[in-house]
Design a protein around this ligand. Sequence first.
Ligand code: GAL
Length: 668
Amino acid sequence: MLNLKFPYLFYGGDYNPEQWDEIIWDQDIRLMKKAGVNLVSLGIFSWSHLQPNENTFTFKWLDTIMTKLNDAGIFINLATPTAAQPAWLSQKYKEILPVNEYGIRLSYGSRQSYCPNSPVYKEFSSQIVRKLADRYKEHPGLILWHVNNEYACHNSECYCDVCITQFRKWLIKRYHTVDALNLAWGASFWSQKYYKWEEIILPKATTTAKNPGQVLDYKRFMSESHLKNYIMERDIIKKYTPNIPVTTNFLPGFKNLNYFKWAHEIDFISYDSYPDPAPGFKPSDPAMLHDLYRGLKHGKFFFIMEQAPNQVQWRDVNVCKPPGMMRLLSYQAIAHGANAILFFQWRQSRFGAEKFHSAMIPHNGRTDNRISKEVGMLGKELKKLEVLLDTHCISDVAIIFDYENWWSVENHMNPSNRIKYPEQIGYWYEQFYNKNISIDFVPQGMNLSQYKIVLAPLMYMVHPDAEKPILEFVKKGGIFITTFFSGVVDGTDTLFPQGSPGPLQDVLGIEVEEFAVMGRQMKNSIKANNTKIIYDTSLWCDIIKLKTAVSLAQFEEDYFAGAPAVTVNGYGMGKAFYFASLPDYKYTKIFLDGLLKEKNIFPALNCPPGVEVNFRKNNNDIYYFIINHTNSENSIQLSCKFFDLLNGITISGDIKIKAQDVKIFKKL
Ligand code: GAL
């Protein structure tokens, strides 16, 4: 049986011994032990070291390092090296290289320079995976498989001839007839009607706007093409080691893969967390991603497969993480459901494009520096937290998130290019975060009955299975909140015949007449009923006709002054709210305070602003995380007795939490 119960909270990172002389390996392992490392991800970019040519394989070095790690009690997360094929392979089989939208075949010399549909890539990658799985299937140190690396990070698109043929096959399977495809793509527009499958191409660079339906299907096709490669590797691995979990590290906030679909194929979620520590950093940003990735597998634990101990090297300006920040963000991830804190990478490279990226130890192997000391301290602390392994997060509030909606709502031919899906999700997420109310992320179509409040900001695309659970949820007493530009198109990016908000018209009790979008210089404001306070509003104003809903706030300016800006509709035992614009936070804060009170949703503990509180629980115990993101000491009043896990003491009453510090308590 697949074993998803791990013995430890894992701590460690990517380890690239092939960049170092063997002499360094023993030093590495000694220092890993000192730092509390219990897991390393090995061999991620090692293909050219494992296979010097078509007929030769060189596993000796990997045998040696795996034995050394295992002897030292460090577990191995063995990677398949398929994210970067060797030069000899690209040179001999040029068709493996991807083609960009202008028809230019890209060169090798970097990483992920392969077409995901290339049969040559598939053949050679499955061969190396088979060899690895066969060789190490009984290795005592092998505890996990890490397939490829950040799929589609650099090759999410390819426009080669193989992709065209595969795309056509994919379309035939989806639509069966060319007429059905013409309908789905709205091909009667601009003379795009097709008569034969062979006329259909990929959405390459063209004179002006591409067909949105075609682009959407291309994105689906590419996400599935990469997923097929993952499945291919996973299935090979499972034949040799059916009981060892297999995962792949997702990118943070990545748009081009439909991770909800991927999640079905993955034993557990792992992702790479790289928030920018530069001024302007908001702790709610990494928190939101943790919750989104936890939601991909309905609340199960996830791994932080990579994070930077200090600065990265790939931003324009790569600001350092100030003292304590790495530790605080690690605990924040655990508080949101992570069961592993891993880094990129163990030892800083001396060469290559990432030589200025921070690592757990610098290239010179010294540990008397700030970062290595922080790394060592965290490694020691995590050993006290193994009790958290079988606990999980619980929320009363959920946000519906949809990748295909993200792809389509940001199409540049929509009414405003100023709207960005993650920003709109973030607007709402941040307000719950600031109130220390935990949030789950769910896909469209999911049963929502476990929640009290469900939000679907900017739900432009409504899939056929999305309507029913929302209606059921509200009917049974749930609170549903959605916003402007929602319920606009179906799953083919075609406008709903009845207008917006499409299938949500009845539950929301409104119709939208106009999308009055706002430029940067434009202003409007809203006034709520029974108050004199006026709140600024920005970005967008839907001009609404009330059907059964009532208006809670009205626009103050422009030709639609007096029109509803926020509406509520009673539906069954619940209520559905519509925000026709993006009001100032102050308005939404008051609005949400009222709703949370009405639904009896409270933070786990009352804490001052800037102090984050979360909890994880199992059937017996509940653990609180108090994370002080501020630069000052804060006090918190505890109403009962707790055990402080990091300090090993029982506490109660008035407690102090230092600036940038964390407390983890078990309720007694
Ligand atoms: C990740 C990648 C790693 C490394 C790291 C640097 O995206 O998976 O291999 O490149 O970024 O931050």
